[in-house]
Design a protein around this ligand. Structure first.
Ligand code: G3P
Ligand code: CA
Length: 257
């Protein structure tokens, strides 16, 4: 496994398709996840939220307004209602009729084919979400380390801690926005007690940060790359992975890395 073996400075960078290959197909849909698979990403990143009737689904915003033809809060829709929305047309007419997928559908469709980086999105809005994610994984016997191909992360670090207690054998990640630019050694040390990844906004990623993250035995997968220049800068920093809308920017160029 090129990701985990050998000199950490000469390994392949992990290619993570953000919300699927969302530069090419509507984010968090099967079309975007299939595209990521076709483009040979190592992982898809998915945003998980919960419907009014307690079903886990993949969508980024806490409303359906931007990425569907509906309006209103995700939490006000039942699964049946939310799956009637068109989650593809906003991106391009050729994607008309794409549905919001369920978390379980994604697990069943992509397990063993591509890694799944699961983001618990706004878990503070969805009490019990961590337990539901853990149950869905356990039901499928996916709560064991599978070459690290299932990872759970969140900006809500209490949620990450809770999930780690429920899924102790699954690697977890702490997401860190711009406000963590000056993260201290003590804070990193605390994160490392339950997380294996420290995944920052790419704009705070620099040599010092990656050294300090590695010093705590965590990996760093910055987000979200949308240009070749951004990818090249992070590749030069030798980050462990890159979360991108455009998987093609991260595939190594001949002679690079
Ligand atoms: O995986 C990290 C990245 O997805 C976090 O930001 O807003 O795209 O969910 P966001
Ligand atoms: Ca995300």
């Amino acid at each position: 496994n090129a990701e985990t073996k050998g000199n950490p400075h000469h390994k392949k960078v992990v290619n993570v398709a953000h919300r699927g290959a969302s530069g090419h197909a509507p984010e968090n849909t099967i079309a975007a996840f299939d595209k990521a698979f076709q483009m040979k990403s190592d992982f898809i990143e998915i945003d998980v939220q919960m419907t009014a009737d307690g079903k886990l689904i993949a969508i980024h915003d806490t409303t359906v307004n931007r990425t569907t033809d509906g309006t209103g809060s995700v939490s006000d829709y039942t699964l049946e209602e939310i799956q009637q929305l068109d989650a593809g047309s906003w991106f391009g007419e050729e994607f008309a009729g794409e549905q919001i997928p369920t978390f379980e559908e994604i697990l069943d469709k992509y397990r063993g084919k591509i890694g799944i980086l699961i983001e618990l999105k706004s878990p503070e809005l969805y009490p019990g979400m961590e337990q539901k994610v853990a149950e869905a994984l356990k039901e499928r016997n996916m709560d064991k380390p599978r070459n690290g191909k299932i990872i759970v992360q969140s900006f809500n670090h209490e949620s990450v801690q809770l999930s780690k207690e429920l899924l102790p054998r699954i690697p977890h990640g702490v997401l860190a926005g711009m406000s963590w630019a000056d993260v201290t050694g003590e804070e990193l040390e605390e994160f490392a007690t339950y997380a294996d990844y420290f995944n920052p906004n790419m704009n705070i990623a620099n040599e010092d940060l990656i050294d300090r993250v590695h010093g705590k035995d965590m990996k760093m997968w910055p987000y979200t790359v949308r240009t070749q220049e951004q990818a090249d800068r992070l590749l030069d920093l030798k980050v462990d992975g890159i979360i991108t809308d455009f998987p093609e920017y991260v595939h190594r160029h001949p002679g690079k890395n």
